[in-house]
Design a binder for this molecule. Structure first.
Ligand code: ES4
Ligand code: ZN
Length: 326
């Protein structure tokens, strides 16, 4: 998708974007050359052509393989800077960026290098890009919870500048209940809590993320429409849901945008906003997602404004700072 910036685009927040998922093929090859890593593609175009996914699993395989090029703090800084540049053009004024420390520890990249590289750029995001930022550390639900707890403890010990934690990767077979200790530790440490749930998994994962993990926000959560009682509850409680309709179509969680449950979620009165997830992988930054959603559902200006306002309301900003954007 191409993107221009029509003047009518309302300012918005990006609450659901994986830093590793913002790696553009061109930057991947640049970093590969810099680090002496070989990518099994002839070049950026060939890599991009491989972005045709059967499901979440096939995406995660390629996404994880591409991380091989991320080796140093400078690599993480470059990746973060490139994302913020593009996000500014998309009209993003506030971004809550997720990073997956375990993905890099597994490859022998020191935790300090990941955190320092990202944090150095985020610390200057407002003066350099006009975007306020918060960092979320997400844990892999398809790996043992004990390892996640260890990494969280290290992040806390090093006083990493994270606002909260998340839970991502493969959902099927890895219910929220496996991570009660992790989320309790995060809550006790004063961290905010989000979790992917109901992306490829059932509505019960959304309920368990709320009740067992005390998640304050749900990433995806599209399965909530399968459970009318839960749908009514999350609407009444105004639990923020960060929905990624283009991601869901590209990973075949839903057959088409037209069949996406976003309109049902909005009609139920939920606090729902739309986001990008992994922009180059799904060929859509958040401005493209907004345009695709507007076209698919014929949203009015008021509906677009409601989605943009929800993106700030659902943020982990202090309420007065979120309200300043509305
Ligand atoms: C992800 Cl689309 C998606 N789902 C779950 N985990 C993820 N990590 C990066 N993108
Ligand atoms: Zn995600």
């Amino acid at each position: 998708m191409t993107s221009s910036a029509p003047p009518s685009r309302p300012p918005r927040a990006e609450l659901h974007v994986h830093l590793e998922g913002t790696l553009e093929p061109e930057l991947a090859f640049e970093l590969a050359a810099r680090n002496g890593v070989r990518l099994p593609y002839d070049g950026p175009d060939a890599l991009r052509a491989a972005y045709d996914f059967a499901d979440l699993g096939s995406f995660l395989e390629l996404y994880t393989a591409n991380m091989a090029v991320l080796r140093t703090a400078a690599d993480f800084a470059d990746l973060t800077r490139a994302y913020l540049r593009r996000a500014a053009r998309a009209g993003v004024r506030h971004a809550e960026i997720t990073v997956d420390p375990q993905a890099h520890l597994a490859r022998g990249v020191p935790l300090e290098d990941v955190v320092d590289g990202v944090a150095e750029v985020l610390a200057r995001s407002e003066p350099d890009h006009g975007i306020s930022t918060l960092l979320v550390a997400a844990f892999h639900r398809d790996e043992p919870a004990a390892g996640a707890l260890e990494v969280l403890d290290r992040l806390l010990a090093m006083d990493a500048p994270i606002v909260g934690i998340g839970l991502d990767n493969a959902e099927t077979g890895y219910p929220p209940g496996l991570f009660t200790d992790l989320y309790a530790r995060a809550e006790a440490a004063g961290l905010r809590r989000t979790a992917h749930a109901g992306e490829e998994g059932p509505a019960s994962n959304v309920r368990d993320a709320l009740d067992l993990l005390h998640a304050e926000r749900i990433d995806h959560g599209i399965a909530v429409v399968q459970d009318p009682d839960l749908l009514a509850r999350v609407a009444a409680e105004q639990v923020p849901f960060t929905v990624c309709p283009v991601s869901n179509v590209r990973l075949r969680a839903v057959p088409s945008l037209a069949e996406h449950p976003l309109p049902a979620m909005m009609a139920a009165g939920m606090l729902v906003s739309v986001h990008s997830d992994d922009p180059p992988y799904f060929d859509a930054y958040v401005d493209d997602v907004d345009d695709a959603v507007t076209a698919a559902f014929g949203h009015t200006r008021d509906q677009r404004a409601a989605l943009a306002a929800a993106s700030f309301r659902g943020s982990f900003l202090p309420p007065d700072r979120a309200a300043a954007h509305l």
